[in-house]
Design a protein around this ligand. Structure first.
Ligand code: MIC
Ligand code: SF4
Length: 641
């Protein structure tokens, strides 16, 4: 049977399962990546598995999210990550070496291989034809131990690109356009393949901008063919031997096909506070800008930075604007310095930040009160920038620079000429920022500081549950709502008890105290509950606070997996109208949980009014066993596969 690119890679990595959409597939994983904010938990989990060395072809631990080191906590985490990586056979990308997705694309990604990473933007490597998934830390730990990665077999979508991008219109605008068309829920349950004649002109970094933002569509992952552009990129990185060609069969079948005409595309902008709140840049030209940030795993390649430098050369940014530039990797920064482009950036008045996530995750550079911040990033969720009332817009590097120069949101087409910069054919390769692990059989010591607390224990599921509905929230609740990040909290990612004080802070600061008081608790959500990041803390922390069950209209893929891994029962409303009458503070009960889980539906009763509703429990046998064991760690310890 003819196959799409993703189906080919899935078939060649299939451990077990059924490749019909909706079926469960278990995949062999070739590579893993972790970053510091999710990595501490992932390695603590890996350590409890008692496996002497990782069993993947390649595993890399990056430090890129929290590099501020305000106090010992963060520095302790870095030291833990470095020593645990060395002991167990994981390469360690030092702080300052770059953002995990950018560095992985440059140095490690391989077409046709599988990758899972404890970060939702791991699909970035799909830009070079790799099948790459974001996952919770525990799933990554299991994969490092040689275990399979379980996913629901996705549907296949194809986006055909025709025509050619016009000057000033970029890969980022393609990402924003597809978000406008499909919305933040539009990719749920699907792998998005990018094809058509327009793809041939897109370089690997441009493709990576697009696969990166597939995460914002809720897609399982996104992928490009591996072709001459891929070969060129790998050769420029001194990795030509990693190249294989890869394309879908001509008569491969897709569940949905969309065409975007690149020639007609305009610069686009996502308005606060959702990446799919997209309009054309030209419609917002009267909006005054306070801050502009260029960087993040979406737009920090050498190609992006050279364009930025070319636009800034010989000009000064508007006096009312503060511009930050964070190159994606040390390779990018070093090459910018070598060719003089860095000076063009600095001389314009821009502030240079470290090669790290930085402002994207609220680690500094927060906007002023009600400040308008234009960012080349991928997420503009409420409060994520660190300023509660900050107005964050998502744009391309070109729109960002044009706006930094004028002080107003500006269409970049007036600022760019077709050829302004040249990407070198050979990149500067220096992997000294990635430390190799100790040899097999080493007795390396793992160093832990006082900030590293024990992994929270979950309890096996009993057959009945009586619990308070401790929180009711609306649609599109992100993991940034559930477990915020930012400079104040990120140092405590390995300290669940401390983190729990901030759970759902964006929605209701009284939640942690209420949940603790209630004992067992239930959370009710709308559709696409848990969209956004892969942070398993958004499941572990509620679990620590006593949440046993989340009932929602629908869930985001990675978050629902994290809930199950943490031993929290995810249920969906059979009739979404029932969402309307259940109220916060009521006591809900459910009986015969085991039998109902098997049947696939559960009846839930409001103890005060006696009113009942039906919730759907759409779980595989393995997921039911994980829940009954009280989470994936208990299940794995009990010998479950
Ligand atoms: C994000 O962009 O939201 C993050 C921070 O990279 C997260 C991971 C985390 O919360 O540590 C993600 O995307 O998974
Ligand atoms: Fe880092 Fe932002 Fe990318 Fe997340 S989205 S990996 S915080 S740069």
């Amino acid at each position: 049977m003819s196959k799409t690119i993703a189906q080919k890679i899935i078939a060649s990595h299939l451990v077990s399962g059924d490749m019909t959409p909706g079926g469960q597939v278990a995949l062999r994983i070739d590579q893993t990546l972790t970053q510091d904010a999710t990595g501490t938990m992932a390695y603590l989990e890996f350590e409890t598995m008692g496996i002497p060395r990782v069993r993947t072809e390649l595993s890399v631990a990056y430090v890129d999210h929290n590099t501020l080191q305000c106090g010992f906590e963060n520095a302790d985490d870095h030291r833990y990550l470095q020593t645990v990586a060395a002991k167990y056979g994981v390469r360690f990308s030092r702080p300052g070496n770059g953002i995990c997705h950018q560095v992985h694309l440059e140095r490690f990604g391989i077409p046709g291989k599988t990758l899972i990473g404890s970060d939702s933007h791991t699909p970035t490597s799909g830009g070079l034809g790799m099948l790459a998934f974001g996952a919770g830390g525990l799933d990554v730990a299991v994969a490092m131990g040689g275990g399979a990665y379980y996913i629901t077999m996705p549907k296949m979508y194809k986006v055909n690109l025709t025509g050619t991008l016009q000057p000033g219109v970029t890969a980022k605008d393609i990402s924003l356009e597809i978000l406008r068309i499909l919305s933040v829920k539009g990719g749920v349950g699907a792998i998005i393949e990018w094809g058509g004649p327009g793809v041939r002109e897109l370089t690997v970094p441009q493709r990576a901008t697009i696969t990166n933002m597939g995460a914002e569509l809720g897609a399982t992952t996104s992928i490009f063919p591996s072709d001459e552009q891929t070969r060129k990129f790998l050769e420029a990185q001194g990795r030509g031997d990693a190249y294989i060609p890869l394309e879908s069969d001509p008569d491969a079948v897709y569940d949905l096909e969309i065409t975007i005409d690149l020639s007609a595309l305009k610069p686009m902008i996502a308005c606060p506070h959702s990446p799919d709140n997209v309009v054309a840049v030209e419609t917002l030209s009267s909006v005054k800008v306070d801050q502009v940030c260029v960087g993040s795993c979406t737009n920090s390649s050498l190609q992006d930075m050279l364009k930025v430098a070319a636009m800034l050369k010989g000009k000064a940014i508007a006096p009312g604007v503060s511009l930050s530039v964070s190159p994606g990797s040390r390779q990018v920064l070093s090459m910018l310095a070598d060719c003089g482009a860095l000076a063009d950036i600095l001389d314009s008045g821009a502030r240079l930040l470290e090669c790290a996530c930085g402002p994207c995750i609220g680690m500094g550079f927060s906007p002023n009160s009600q400040g308008v911040s234009l960012r080349t990033f991928n997420r503009n969720f409420l409060g994520r920038s660190g300023t509660r009332d900050g107005q964050v817009y998502l744009v391309s590097p070109e729109t960002a620079v044009a706006s930094a120069l004028t002080g107003y949101i500006s269409d970049p087409r007036a600022f760019v000429s077709p050829v302004e910069y040249e990407v070198p054919a050979v990149f500067k390769v220096d992997d000294s920022g990635v430390l190799m692990p100790l040899p097999e059989g080493n007795d390396g010591e793992v160093l832990r500081g006082p900030n590293i607390k024990e992994f929270p224990k979950s309890k096996p599921f009993a057959d009945s549950l009586r619990a308070e509905l401790v929180l009711k929230v609306g649609d599109n609740i992100t993991t940034d709502h559930i477990m915020p990040a930012g400079a104040k909290i990120l140092p405590y990612r390995s300290n669940i008890p401390y983190l729990s004080n901030f759970c759902f802070e964006v929605c209701d600061p009284a939640f942690p105290a209420r949940a603790k008081k209630a004992g067992d608790g239930i959370v009710v959500g709308g559709s696409n509950y848990g969209q956004g990041s892969s942070r398993e803390h958004a499941a572990l922390v509620p679990m620590y606070l006593g949440v046993r069950c989340v009932i929602a209209k629908s869930f985001a893929r990675i978050h629902v997996a994290n809930l199950i891994n943490a031993g929290i029962l995810p249920l969906t409303f059979q009739n979404s109208e029932d969402y309307d009458w259940v109220s916060q503070g009521s006591r809900l009960s459910m009986d015969n949980i085991r039998a109902s889980m098997e049947q696939g539906t559960l009846t839930i009763r409001d103890e005060e009014t006696g009113k009942t509703f039906v919730a759907v429990c759409d779980l595989t046998q393995r997921q039911r066993a994980i829940l009954l064991a009280g989470g994936l760690l208990n299940y794995t310890k009990d010998g479950g596969q």
